[in-house]
Every structure is written in structure tokens, then in C-alpha cells.
Design a protein around this ligand. Structure first.
Ligand code: HEM
Length: 499
């Protein structure tokens, strides 16, 4: 059990007391150690490499005989413990037990303080307890699969999304054709961002923002603000002083005003019942919806761009999978991401993308009481009250023990969409092999159906028109709010057919 006061914790820390209990209790990580990729805490000089910070938790973990190899804790500085876990059983148990009931885990708000200051504290993403429950029930229906995917509505959304994706790619196609060159080198990430935002603002929310305005005004504002949210979380005071001294405060206010304008545009369709608003039946005034809309705009653009960018980046290293997808989508009129029979290869590629390179690479939780959790294979862990928990899905999904050759037929750290066929042959499904790409349990992503549809359409449309090849032989991750291919998806594009 962890002490609840600073002196009590210091004493425990000096004595080396493990405040966790159970047969898969975590093992301790010290603050300093040789040969680590980073210190195991975010600091102003390492916060841009969060994946390395997590990696530091597993340094020398292989010396551990039991589950302490995958469950690690830091207990230092008189602060509450930090638990980092790549154990899928514990990740699932904690996710399932997150919610608003007494004793359940909260979402830990400390890594998202900057997001809350920019979007509002009462959003579905940030809030806990009864506010979260209220927000969830308000959002659940319009976003639900059963609503979005009702045949008539689905076709409506699918068609407008498809049109938007095709229009943008047609522009790229025309540019490529008129260049007269066989191939063009392009950084695709910026293009993907605009298409994703356009689908969200204009098709989903029924807003009216021109492509140029989205690209030249709103995307730069969102990119700046998302970066600001991270800096404002890690070192808020230092950042505020730096902005005052450099004149950055003025720029921040301009971008914040742009964000408000974009929120107005997304809300503007409400009165006429356009797009999603047709399904949204609530008396709540517009003002009460703004924090959620801001989170949807910034968060969904970020998450869908990350997902599509990774999928395209992986495909750019694997032309054989482009061909397989092309054969599936070349004559396809309607794409339903949950209909696995029509485009199994595209679906395997998307599943594998989320496994190997999850957009959200960790989920933060906090223990509101001393809490016992139990995994499906009956292992137990007592997590003391106040523990900051980081569910490290990035490293879990790349761990050979859970996703490697013995279990899936392919090494864990490579992109192998055929893994999903191999799993099926072994009697394992995506349900039994959770990669947590959209989370799990009560705080599961409400935007899954929408996101999958958007990403599937963009990836399918790109493959239909182009062949693309990675410029770099390897593409590493960069991570902030979400993960992205560090090279911005730099590819050489070639028209598939010259017509
Ligand atoms: C397709 C790309 C997307 C991915 C990979 C993704 C991933 C996730 C994940 C993993 C979580 C769970 C976080 C946790 O447990 O702490 C989550 C939650 C959430 N997502 Fe998504 N998401 C995507 C798209 C969207 C879209 C399109 C929207 C809305 C328009 C959205 C809105 C949200 C919200 C509001 C939450 C918080 C839910 C809650 O706490 O109850 N996401 N997302």
C-alpha cells in the first residue's frame, strides 16, 4: 500500500518498499541507470521523444523472471508511484475497470492538461466521473456504428466522404500528369491532414469551409495549437514566459481565434440539421457543446491523419500489398470497413497498421483507490491509490512474447498483414488478440466507425489512382499527441494508369 503523504512516501521509497501487491506486481525502475535511451520521466529536454521515455522503463527488464519484466514502476521524489505496463492482460483489466463508479480508474488528466486548457475541461476526452458519463451519453448515439452504419445514412456519408477523397486525389493526379514526369516526390502528410479535416468539418458536421481556407488557415492553426498543447502540458510556466518574451503570445491568440471560427463552422449546420446534426437530439445550447467539438476537430484530425499516414507509409514500403488492395477496390462502389468479406486485404492492412503503429501510443489512467485487478488468465495486481498509470500499447504490441512468431506466425516488430490470416488459422480473432487501437472498455473511442470509414476511403482511393514508393528505406515514428511517420510520408508517386 502506498503512503498518502510526502514524508511517508519518501520513507517508503528510501526503504525500497514495493507499494504494489499480487502475483504480477510490477518491478521497480530507478530514476538513473546506464545505457538508457532517455530518463524515465518527461522533462523539457526529452519530452519530444515519449516512446524512448517509455522504453527506458524496460531497460534491464529482461533480468526479471516473472511479470515484472512487463509491469514496471517508478517511485521517487516523494511522488505517487508511476506504473508503466506492456502486459496486455493488465492493460485490458485496467481499461475494463475505468469509469465513474466508486473505486474505478479515472483517466489520468496530468498528461492532457494542455489539451484541456485549449479545448475545455468538460469534454468527453478530458472529464471524469459524472461529467464524463453525461458527455458520453450525449455523444454515444450520433457516433454509434448502429446509427452511422444504417444502410441509408451510411451510403450518404460514404458517398460524400468518397467524393471528397476522390476530388483531392484527382487534383494530385492532374498535377502529376501535367508535370510530364514519370513520378513526383511528395510529402503526403499535409495532404492527408486537409482531406481528413475537410471530411470532418464539411461532410460530417455539415459545415462550409473552402479547401483553401482549411489548408491555409485552419490546418496551420490546428498544427500550432496541438504542438502548443504538448508544450503547455510539460512546462506551462516556462512556455508562458517564453511566449511573452518572444511575442509568441500574439500568434497563439490568432490561432486560438481561428480554432474558435472553425468550431463555429462545425456548429453552423446544427440549426439546419445538416450532416451528423440530423442525428443529434439534445436541448443543450451550442455553448455547452463547444469543448467536445474542439476535441473532435483537433483530436479526430490528429488521430485519423496519424492512422492514414501510417497505413500509407507501410504500404509505400510494401508494393505487393498495394497490388492486393488495388485488386479489391478497383471496382468497388461502397466501402464498409466492417464488412470483411469485400476488402479483406485492406482491412488486414488497417488492422496491422493500428497494431504496429497505434495512433494513440499510451493511455493514461489513475487509481482512485487501492484497487485489485484480475487478468483473464487469473493473475492479480493491487494498484495503490494515487498511482499514475501508463498503458503502454506501443511496446505491448511490439513485444515478441505477445505478438511474435510463436503466437502469430510473424515477428512482432514487422509489418505483416498476413498475420491476421495466420491468427485466424490458429483460431484467434481480432477480438481475442486485442491491440487496443481504439482502446477498450467504457472509454473506448466513440469515433471508431467514422475514423475507419475515412481512413479506409482515403487509403483505398490513393491505391486506386497511384503507385507509391517510400523515399527512405526505413521510417521511424515521431510522437506527440499521436504518433506519425517521422518523414511526413515522403513518397515517389506514379500514376497507376496513364489515362
Ligand atoms: C481513426 C482514428 C482514431 C483512432 C486510432 C482513435 C483512437 C482512440 C483511442 C485509442 C481512444 C481511447 C483512449 C483511452 O482509452 O484513453 C480514443 C478515445 C476517444 N476518441 Fe478516438 N480515435 C480515432 C478517431 C476518432 C474520431 C474520428 C473521433 C471523433 C470525431 C474520436 C473521438 C474520441 C473521443 C472523444 C475519445 C474519448 C472517449 C472517452 O474518454 O470516453 N476519435 N480514440
Amino acid at each position: 500500500m502506498t503512503a498518502q503523504t510526502w514524508p511517508g512516501r519518501i520513507l517508503q521509497q528510501l526503504k525500497g518498499v514495493n507499494p504494489f501487491e499480487g502475483d504480477c506486481a510490477p518491478s521497480r525502475v530507478s530514476l538513473f541507470g546506464p545505457g538508457r535511451p532517455a530518463m524515465p520521466v518527461p522533462l523539457p529536454w526529452n519530452y519530444k521523444e515519449p516512446i524512448k521515455i517509455f522504453e527506458a522503463f524496460y531497460s534491464e527488464a529482461d533480468r526479471e523472471a516473472g511479470w515484472g519484466k512487463h509491469n514496471r514502476y517508478l517511485y521517487a521524489g516523494g511522488l505517487p508511484p508511476v506504473l508503466v505496463t506492456r502486459d496486455p492482460g493488465i492493460i485490458k483489466a485496467i481499461q475494463s475497470n475505468t469509469g465513474d463508479k466508486p473505486g474505478q480508474f479515472d483517466r489520468d488528466t496530468s498528461p492532457t492538461a494542455g489539451i484541456a486548457r485549449a479545448t475545455g475541461e468538460d469534454s468527453l476526452l478530458y472529464s471524469n466521473g459524472s461529467i464524463w458519463r453525461r458527455q458520453k451519453s450525449m455523444v454515444a448515439k450520433p457516433f454509434s456504428r448502429s446509427n452511422l452504419f444504417q444502410p441509408q445514412k451510411f451510403q450518404g456519408f460514404e458517398q460524400t466522404f468518397r467524393k471528397t477523397a476522390m476530388q483531392r486525389l484527382e487534383a494530385l493526379r492532374a498535377a502529376q500528369k501535367s508535370s510530364g514526369k514519370e513520378s513526383t516526390r511528395v510529402e503526403l502528410d499535409p495532404e492527408i491532414k486537409v482531406v481528413m479535416l475537410e471530411m470532418l468539418v464539411n461532410n460530417f458536421f455539415g459545415g462550409k469551409a473552402s479547401y483553401d481556407e482549411l489548408r491555409d488557415r485552419f490546418i496551420p492553426a490546428l498544427v500550432y495549437l496541438i504542438d502548443h498543447m504538448i508544450r503547455d502540458t510539460v512546462a506551462p510556466k516556462a512556455q508562458a514566459i517564453a511566449r511573452k518574451l518572444s511575442g509568441g503570445e500574439k500568434i497563439l491568440q490568432i490561432y486560438k481565434a481561428d480554432f474558435e471560427k472553425l468550431t463555429d463552422i462545425a456548429l453552423s449546420g446544427r440549426a439546419e440539421g445538416l450532416g451528423l446534426w440530423n442525428e443529434f437530439h439534445s436541448e443543450a445550447p451550442d455553448e455547452a457543446l463547444r469543448s467536445n467539438i474542439r476535441v473532435f476537430l483537433a483530436g479526430a484530425m490528429e488521430a485519423t491523419t496519424s492512422f492514414a499516414s501510417w497505413a500509407i507509409s507501410h504500404l509505400s514500403h510494401h508494393p505487393e500489398w498495394q497490388t492486393k488492395i488495388y485488386e479489391e477496390v478497383k471496382d468497388m462502389d461502397v466501402y464498409d470497413p466492417d464488412d470483411f468479406t469485400k476488402a479483406p486485404n485492406l482491412n488486414h492492412v488497417l488492422e496491422e497498421t493500428l497494431r504496429l503503429t497505434p495512433s494513440l501510443y499510451f493511455f493514461p489512467r489513475r487509481a482512485t483507490a487501492d484497487t485489485w485487478v484480475e487478468t483473464s488468465d487469473k493473475r492479480t495486481m493491487m494498484i495503490p491509490k494515487g498511482t499514475h498509470i501508463r498503458l503502454d500499447v506501443w511496446h505491448s504490441n511490439r513485444c515478441e512474447e505477445f505478438w511474435g512468431e510463436d503466437v502469430t506466425g510473424y515477428p512482432a516488430d514487422i509489418f505483416a498483414p498476413e498475420r491476421w490470416d495466420s491468427l485466424k488459422e490458429r483460431g484467434l480473432s481480432a477480438k481475442s488478440m486485442l491491440h487496443f487501437g481504439f482502446g477498450h472498455g467504457p472509454r473506448f473511442c466513440p469515433g471508431r466507425s467514422l475514423g475507419l470509414l475515412e481512413v479506409g476511403l482515403v487509403v483505398g482511393a490513393l491505391v486506386k489512382i497511384f503507385k507509391f514508393k517510400a523515399v527512405h528505406s526505413e521510417t521511424g515514428p515521431s510522437a506527440g499527441v499521436s504518433t506519425k511517420p517521422a518523414d511526413g510520408v515522403m513518397v515517389d508517386l506514379r500514376l497507376r494508369n496513364n489515362g
